[in-house]
Design a protein around this ligand. Sequence first.
Ligand SMILES: *[C@@H]1O[C@H](CO)[C@@H](O)[C@H](O)[C@H]1NC(C)=O
Ligand SMILES: *[C@@H]1O[C@H](CO)[C@@H](O)[C@H](O)[C@H]1NC(C)=O
Ligand SMILES: *[C@@H]1O[C@H](CO)[C@@H](O)[C@H](O)[C@H]1NC(C)=O
Ligand SMILES: *[C@@H]1O[C@H](CO)[C@@H](O)[C@H](O)[C@H]1NC(C)=O
Length: 360
Amino acid sequence: MLSFLVILCSLLAACRSSVCPCERPELCQQIREEKDFEVFIFDVGGKTWKSYNWSMVTTVAVFGKYDAELMCYAHSKGARVVLKGDVPLSYIVDQDNRTAWITDKVMLAKSQFMDGINIDIEQAVEEGSSEYYALTSLVKETTEMFHREIPGSQVSFDVAWSPKCIDKRCYDYVTIAESCDLLFVMSYDEQSQITGDCIAMANAPLRQTLDAYDQYLNLKISPKKIVMGVPWYGYDYPCLNFSQEGVCSIEKVPFRGVPCSDAAGKQKPYKWLMKQVNSSMSGRLWDDEQQAPYFNYKDQNGQIHQVWYDDPQSICPKADSVMSKDLRGIGMWNANILDYSDDPDARQQTTMMWNALLGC
Ligand SMILES: *[C@@H]1O[C@H](CO)[C@@H](O)[C@H](O)[C@H]1NC(C)=O
Ligand SMILES: *[C@@H]1O[C@H](CO)[C@@H](O)[C@H](O)[C@H]1NC(C)=O
Ligand SMILES: *[C@@H]1O[C@H](CO)[C@@H](O)[C@H](O)[C@H]1NC(C)=O
Ligand SMILES: *[C@@H]1O[C@H](CO)[C@@H](O)[C@H](O)[C@H]1NC(C)=O
């Protein structure tokens, strides 16, 4: 009998949506209020969300398993909870398939009392290809259906740090921006295509990061549609050679047509970085050119590693330019990766990272 009900309910979204998992039924109502400033965060699962600074958070993109408790809590703080949307573009060139995908996402969002969707397509697309037009249509049609079916809902789209065909992602950025509520600019992984010396460098060097916002704005995309994404992680690069000047040459790992990339390194969470920097051979160093912290350490096999990351000092001028460029807000990949333990040092580091989002 129970399994029969489960099957029936999964066929009828209306049946599922009638059961609100929250303590108070009004917490299942979708958020409609628009805040002036977005703090758009990604959550990848687990329970660290209990320690986030909820006086700041306006939108949580759920990239982990759906957690009804998180939805209820976010709603109690007036924050939106949005789905992740990802699909191979070759599938949605076909209009029927595209409509089916969008309908499915709207039903899922409704049945989980969610407030929109974050579309995270990071595939290579050639300008003028059928995928190029299908992607633009996907964003437009998703926004239309979400806004119609869930009044006040938010549809966002994740874009590379620059609109200049980064990683062969040649999208119609202007029409996509017009067709959704906001663009989340992923201002990180900026060494995914290294054309100069194959060496370790900053994940999100300041000048390059900020210049790329001017590229988006020069396309006449409204600053009010742009959310700046900052990294709460860094890259750990094993050095093939470590020069006297401290330059770390890295293995040549090609990516999308370029011979050298940050794929030679491993992504590490801020929590790990803060432990590792203290036991490193260099301690925390600062690169004036890239305006980013880094350190060097030796692993158990004696190999030297160079680690580049972001911390409050490198994030705060970026956050300041969110204000000076009058952007819609700021966010990070991802909220989970700070140290949310009770350790007093960890607590201070974690508070400082959250506060850095609001500027210096
Ligand atoms: C959370 O952020 C607000 C700013 O919105 C700040 O005033 C407050 O001190 C922060 N809370 C904690 C516990 O750090
Ligand atoms: C439609 O989408 C499915 C996956 O959901 C895929 O297997 C199929 O090839 C797609 N059909 C077309 C015509 O693109
Ligand atoms: C490695 O670095 C040293 C200087 O520290 C330099 O003399 C040497 O040529 C470099 N080797 C390679 C293979 O780049
Ligand atoms: C790392 O070292 C700094 C400065 O010496 C100290 O304040 C901090 O508590 C240490 N952090 C950890 C996690 O050990």
